[in-house]
Design a protein around this ligand. Structure first.
Ligand code: ZN
Length: 179
């Protein structure tokens, strides 16, 4: 393998979108970190080409999706097409899935892949009423309590004032993608 964990490979570098890849040839794992805005100009072809090239030497690939700030409808379409092809190449894991992707996953099936993709963690918005401050927590799917179709997010306290944070959204809508 030509790649090493200590040297991130930068792919598809642009003003609004870029991708970083960290490949560890010893553990046979890779982390792919797309960052920015996904639209019709996002170059998923180069990314797919790169993944196709490295997949045979790897056991799994983790997508760090915590830095996707926004995506428009054509971008979402391109993402779905890319994902379908990537899924067929190598087992995928998703971590720190950003709020925009979670929101979309509640509406559009397969935004976070099919059942083959394992969802490790995702971002969730919280709010401290005392500090008037919004924070993002990273949750695992198992941290969400589910009962009779209703979702209860885990409790967190504010780092600053130690009050209990409120979930900044509608839990049943936000966590609906976990169904
Ligand atoms: Zn606070």
């Amino acid at each position: 393998m030509l790649f090493d964990m200590s040297i991130p490979v930068t792919l598809a570098k642009g003003d609004r979108f870029h991708v970083e890849a960290l490949v560890n040839s010893e553990t046979k794992k890779a982390i792919i970190r797309p960052t920015g805005f996904i639209d019709e100009n996002t170059d998923f072809d180069s990314l797919l080409e790169y993944i196709t090239k490295i997949a045979p030497g790897l056991q799994e690939m983790t997508f760090d999706l915590g830095h996707i700030d926004s995506l428009n409808s054509l971008g979402a379409r391109a993402w779905l097409i890319f994902l379908e092809k990537a899924e067929a190449l190598i087992p995928l894991k998703f971590e720190k899935v950003s709020e925009v992707l979670v929101d979309l996953a509640g509406i559009v099936p397969n935004v976070l892949g099919t059942a083959k993709v394992s969802l490790c963690s995702f971002c969730a918005p919280y709010y401290c009423p005392k500090c008037d401050r919004r924070t993002v927590q990273i949750l695992t799917p198992s941290a969400i309590h589910r009962e009779k179709g209703a979702f209860t997010p885990p409790a967190f306290t504010c780092n600053e004032c130690k009050s209990e944070l409120e979930f900044d959204g509608h839990p049943d809508e936000y966590f609906g993608f976990l169904k």
